[in-house]
Write a protein that binds this ligand. Structure first.
Ligand SMILES: Cc1cc2nc3c(=O)[nH]c(=O)nc-3n(C[C@H](O)[C@H](O)[C@H](O)COP(=O)(O)OP(=O)(O)OC[C@H]3O[C@@H](n4cnc5c(N)ncnc54)[C@H](O)[C@@H]3O)c2cc1C
Length: 377
């Protein structure tokens, strides 16, 4: 291919796809490359919880903006992805858990999240389905959920309308600098672009290694369980203090059970499998928290790969010392904040925003002792 794009984004999850969309709307000729389809990995298989309870305090303002973008998706994405606002409760069964909630709520309030501690009776008024033996709950009016499997369809339509050239089913195998531009190796050919964005989620570590950079990216192998359709059993987004549960009922009656219980998997060769004890533990906890789930039957379980940097803050911005190369992603609960973070990266590339200090990729390279000496820079 002889065309030289203004920018090639590698990885079409919510981070890369949002960046590509706003780069195209900013006037750039954009190539978006994914070895699968758009938003088919973490960004299409996640629990879709828009959560401030589980977001680190430092990321609250960004998660709030991401949540607003999801709720406004028909306007900027052109399609409703099932984003709904719902009350969020994180419950405590023990005094220790109540103390934990109190501390966490205070830190998040300071960062702008309207999270308050409420009594068990108040929690039962918000969520009739909750186990009446809880001691207390943290309440946030600004939680909600999205139907994650609708994400890819919505982005494909928006990206096409915006004029982004999509390379789906095309694995990038490496990148090189040629005549002042980037050449991304895909199959037998290559995609050329003046700039590149690496948006590979858990595969960002591999992508950075193409540049001779070593940055460890943590991979979580999260399990999700969905029930058959039920009559109404709950209306909130429900979790527990230790973070090991997330529950919500969709409009079609199914209840999605998550909470970061881990499975097994291989980020290099692919493939995931559930760990039976973790499946049972997750479902038991769900039934304990919403007793009406005792009657529910499991329809399906699946697992997906979530990425996180060593300091749990995202990487968003230019790669220091590497010309015209940017990264975006790798933050826990990154679906909530994803649209905001992808848009932020686009604004940084377009020169209308700067990389916030805490997100600057330079810190990760420094912490990992990664050197640019052997890179393509
Ligand atoms: C099971 C599960 C539940 C979750 N639940 C929630 C939740 O409830 N709320 C929340 O806020 N967050 C949740 N998350 C986290 C959230 O899904 C992720 O943080 C977010 O989707 C990451 O987006 P991303 O674009 O960075 O990565 P991804 O969506 O993983 O996208 C990376 C893309 O890079 C592509 N790629 C990789 N290598 C190559 C290559 N060589 N060439 C071309 N393309 C390549 C992949 O195919 C993939 O499409 C969950 C995650 C999982 C796995």
């Amino acid at each position: 291919m002889t065309e030289v794009f203004d920018i090639a984004v590698i990885g079409a999850g919510v981070m890369g796809a949002t960046a590509a969309l706003f780069l195209a709307r900013g006037g750039m000729r954009v190539a978006l490359i994914d070895r699968g389809g758009i938003c088919q990995e973490a960004s299409g298989v996640n629990a879709g919880t828009l959560t401030l309870h589980m977001t680190r305090a430092a990321l609250i303002p960004h998660a709030m903006r991401g949540r607003e973008m999801w709720l406004d998706a028909p306007n900027w994405l052109g399609m409703d992805v099932g984003a709904r606002s719902a009350p969020g409760l994180s419950v405590a069964f023990t005094a220790d858990e109540r103390d934990m909630l109190e501390k966490r709520a205070a830190a998040r309030r300071e960062a702008g999240a309207p999270i308050t501690l409420i009594t068990a009776a108040q929690a039962a008024e918000i969520e009739l389905g909750v186990n009446p033996t809880i001691l207390a709950a943290a309440y946030c009016a600004l939680d909600g959920h999205v139907t994650a499997y609708l994400t890819g369809r919505a982005y494909r339509q928006a990206l096409t309308v915006a004029g982004v050239t999509l390379f789906e089913g095309e694995a990038a195998a490496g990148i090189a600098r040629e005549s002042g531009a980037w050449a991304v190796r895909v199959g037998a050919g290559c995609v050329r672009a003046t700039r590149i964005v690496l948006a590979g989620g858990v595969w960002l570590e591999e992508m950075l290694s193409w540049l001779g950079l070593t940055v460890p990216i943590r991979c979580l192998i999260n399990q999700l369980v969905v029930t058959e359709r039920l009559g109404p059993v709950m209306r909130s987004v429900l979790g527990i203090a230790n973070g090991l549960l997330s529950l919500k009922q969709f409009e079609n009656g199914t209840v999605l059970i998550g909470g970061g219980w881990q499975g097994r998997g291989d980020v290099v060769r692919g493939g995931v499998e559930a760990i039976p004890d973790n499946l049972i533990g997750n479902v038991r906890l769900a039934r304990h928290t919403v007793p009406a789930l005792g009657k529910a039957r499991i329809a399906r379980i699946w697992l997906g790969l979530e990425s996180e940097t060593a300091d749990a803050m995202p990487a968003i911005g230019p790669l220091p010392g590497v010309p015209d190369a940017f990264v975006v992603g790798c933050v826990h609960s990154g679906y909530t904040s994803g649209p905001f973070m992808g848009r932020l990266l686009a604004d940084i590339v377009l020169g209308v925003a700067e990389s916030p200090h805490a997100f600057n990729p330079a810190r990760l390279l420094a912490a990992a002792g990664s050197s640019l000496q052997d890179s393509v820079a």
